[in-house]
Write a protein that binds this ligand. Structure first.
Ligand code: KG4
Ligand code: ZN
Length: 352
């Protein structure tokens, strides 16, 4: 069953074709990074305009890549899945409008997908550390503790099914990807900051700077990342310095980047461990842009080996926003009888 997946929640226009929820035929992602780079973050109006500009090209391009040029429409697509929540409202509207139009024109079922659920699904869809070659059924993937770590989310869930995620804890201030982006800006590194910090950190000493791990109280499953961002600022620019101040001459950027990354990754692992032992669940699923982080992936592997846990996370290219995870989850939703009609609306905030 071939599903077309459309993703426009934030600053990537993703279009994918996925067979039976797992086999990726095409996965195109048009990034808007160059447009937002000089602002140091995503500008919503620019994002939605850019989606409008490229969505038709990306749809046609993905379908042509799969062997379905425009003069052979309708393509043999049996469902159109689109991320309809949560995200930037203007950006969401572009993807949802495109999906509705195609659903109507080709008379194909429409299915609205939750973007956060899809990040979780991406780890089961293509777990890098798994070579079974077959897709797990829902009962073989759950129960699990899910951790979504991205630019917009840092959340832990007790998961019982593809869309059954009970929130256990989440960030009380910045999302973890946001912390990477802000720390990178303080260090004078490029945007988005996650991959930049990661690259620079490779030559640094992760124990050089002792940043405080913010664990909240001893039982909490919530996160806080605003403190470490300020600690990085004061460490590199001086106590009570402003963001625009120059970096002190004796600062070793790779050491600071590596120490920041080490501290943040330790917090994520510790909270995941807390959630798993509290819920008595031995399987974890980790998704979202920050799951592409090499140090986090290494620590997850070590943690799983040490405890005998099963931890699933996607290959790096499926961690950041993409249409394949939307098409993949859309397949299961459709198969289990879910579908939307043209009244499908966008929802900027998630229901949970
Ligand atoms: O999942 P995603 O593409 O978008 C949201 O749903 O938010 O995540 C983007 C976030 C950005 O904050 C980016 O800096 C971060 O993921 N990120 C990384 C890495 N690659 C992307 N953070 C740390 N290490 C990376 N390698
Ligand atoms: Zn995302």
């Amino acid at each position: 069953m071939l599903i077309l997946g459309i993703e426009t929640t934030c600053d990537e226009t993703g279009v994918a074709l996925v067979e039976d929820g797992r086999r990726i035929i095409v996965n195109r992602v048009a990034s808007q990074i160059p447009l937002h780079e000089r602002f140091g973050g995503v500008v919503p109006e620019i994002a939605s305009r850019a989606h409008v500009e490229v969505i038709t090209r990306e749809l046609e391009g993905a379908l042509a890549q799969a062997g379905y040029p425009a003069d052979a429409y309708p393509p043999p697509v049996e469902g159109i899945a689109v991320s309809s929540r949560p995200g930037l409202v203007g950006s969401l509207l572009v993807g949802v409008t495109a999906a509705k139009s195609l659903s109507w024109a080709w008379d194909v079922p429409l299915i609205g997908v939750d973007h956060v659920d899809a990040h979780i699904y991406s780890a089961v869809m293509m777990a890098e550390n798994e070579n079974t070659g077959t897709l797990r059924e829902e009962a073989e993937a759950f129960p699990a503790i899910s951790m979504v770590v991205s630019g917009g989310h840092t959340s832990l869930y007790s998961s019982r099914g593809w869309t059954e995620h009970e929130l256990l804890g989440s960030t009380t201030d910045d999302a973890v990807g946001e912390a990477f982006d802000k720390a990178a800006a303080i260090l004078g590194l490029g945007y988005p900051g996650g991959p930049e910090i990661s690259r620079v950190a490779e030559s640094g000493d992760p124990n050089a700077v002792k940043f405080k791990k913010s664990l909240m109280d001893s039982k909490s499953l919530d996160f806080s990342f605003s403190g470490i961002k300020t600690a990085v600022l004061y460490h590199v620019k001086g106590q009570n310095a402003r963001r625009g101040a120059p970096i002190l001459p004796d600062v070793c950027i790779p050491d600071v980047a590596a120490s920041f990354e080490e501290t943040v990754v330790s917090v994520l692992i510790e909270k995941l461990q807390r959630a798993m032992s509290r819920e008595g669940i031995r399987r974890a699923i980790v998704g979202g842009g920050v799951a592409a982080n090499k140090r986090l992936r290494r620590r997850l592997r070590e943690f799983a080996d040490e405890k005998g846990y099963e931890i699933l996370y996607p290959p790096p290219e499926l961690c950041t926003d993409n249409g394949a995870m939307i098409a993949g989850l859309g397949y299961w939703l459709l198969r289990s009888g879910n579908r939307d009609d043209l009244a499908l609306d966008v929802d900027p905030v998630s229901a949970r």
